[in-house]
Design a protein around this ligand. Sequence first.
Ligand code: GRF
Length: 211
Amino acid sequence: MHGVFRSELSSMNSEQFNKPSIVVLASGNGSNFQVLAEKSLSGELIADVKALIVDRACGAIERAKKLGVEVIILSKPWYEDFEKVMANLKPDLIVLAGFMRIIPEHIVAKYFPKIVNIHPSLLPAFPGKDAIKQAYDYGVKVTGITIHFVDAGIDTGPIIFQKAIEIEENWDLETLESKIHKLEHENYWRVINNLLHKPYKIEGRKVTWGV
Ligand code: GRF
């Protein structure tokens, strides 16, 4: 997929004229969702978080309620409901944050490059589930986070951003998990902000900023 992209500023209700909108999809704890919603409320992330979308009962729902963000629970089959919800909300960017589903090819084809994901390892190392534990158990000395566009594979899409962290010898798995989540919380909202407000190019697997 080639081309210059900048998300369309399609969300133009009277209160938030010209502010782009995102939706966040989660299946679990929801800490990344919470940071995105808080940064939106503080105005640091210049985007309207239109909804938290979940495919199951999970901790993220309670966080959304506390923050006053609408919660949408996808009914089965989730991907059919997903398309209806997207047609209705028309977000500028679809943000996956711990959404435990593989996105089917026809959805990727329709929305690319509007779906982004965060993964808690330096891809292509340790894709899939329990990436932090995979990296820890493997004994790597450096791991990190990856933010990428979603394609039809598992954690295989073009890489937008990576940040590494050195694993110190006295760290247990819980320490590494908390360091990784901190990195995620510091960086995901910034990258999303950039995607919404700066031009970028995708040439094959290479993502670059600017025109
Ligand atoms: C994060 O580690 C993210 O990288 C992965 O799922 C986890 C979600 O955590 N895709 P949370 O639900 O945002 O707390």
